[in-house]
Write a protein that binds this ligand. Structure first.
Ligand SMILES: Nc1ncnc2c1ncn2[C@@H]1O[C@H](COP(=O)(O)OP(=O)(O)OP(=O)(O)O)[C@@H](O)[C@H]1O
Ligand SMILES: [Mg+2]
Length: 193
């Protein structure tokens, strides 16, 4: 499994939790790789300190602060029971790449309004990456047979964001959510088109 610790907000505990999670699995004799996707390289520094002090190696740490992470992480995951990705604050391209690579995402946050607001931004990013991925998988033959007409409307970026987050929270794609909404709003009353 690939688990990513992500939040655009800095100083929320991403590095600390990533190291503890990897350490916990390492102590259970799982093969663990921690990907340090933060250019600050804190996890790499931590790993170097342990090696320098000749402490036992619990898991491997690799630095991969590149937005091609989602293409490289699966290869690392093949030789590991668990991969833990420690994400960077702020850098959207890297965050998106880590999101696409991950099977599960943990969003640490301090119990403060500032962290809450900043985490909402993170949630929007998850929705965007998640929906983009799902959009590819739903283009099945039966769906494309059924949906031959399309409808385009211009909306505000803020409304677009709210729609994406609502779909994410309901566990469906934006397209499926809007189709259900339009079908409810405009029911087929005469049985025809
Ligand atoms: N559970 C916790 N309880 C108390 N302090 C904590 C806890 N987790 C982390 N900290 C402290 O909070 C600070 C920030 O933690 P950490 O560096 O892990 O956050 P981060 O999200 O990785 O930060 P950055 O975005 O800068 O990479 C550190 O001083 C750390 O020791
Ligand atoms: Mg960090």
């Amino acid at each position: 499994m690939i688990v990513a610790l992500l939040n655009q907000k800095g100083g929320v505990g991403k590095t600390t939790l990533a190291l503890h999670l990897a350490g916990h699995w390492g102590r259970q004799r799982k093969r663990v790789t921690l990907i340090d996707a933060d250019p600050q390289g804190s996890a790499l520094d931590w790993s170097e300190q342990r090696a320098w002090r000749r402490f036992a190696r619990l898991f491997g740490v690799v630095g991969l602060a590149r937005d091609t992470l989602h293409r490289e992480a699966p290869e690392l995951a093949r030789d590991a029971d668990h991969v833990v990705i420690e994400g960077p604050p702020r850098i959207a391209a890297l965050l998106r790449s880590a999101l696409l690579a991950a099977d599960a995402v943990l969003v640490p946050a301090q119990p403060s309004p500032f962290d809450g607001w900043a985490s909402a931004e993170m949630l929007g990013l998850i929705a965007e990456a998640w929906i983009k991925t799902l959009d590819h998988s739903v283009s099945t033959a039966s769906a494309s047979d059924l949906y031959t007409a399309s409808l385009t409307v211009d909306i505000t970026p803020a409304l677009r964001g709210r729609i994406k987050i609502a779909a994410f929270q309901r566990g469906e794609t934006v397209a499926d959510m809007l189709r259900a909404l339009l079908t409810r709003e405009f029911p087929d009353t005469d049985g025809g088109n």
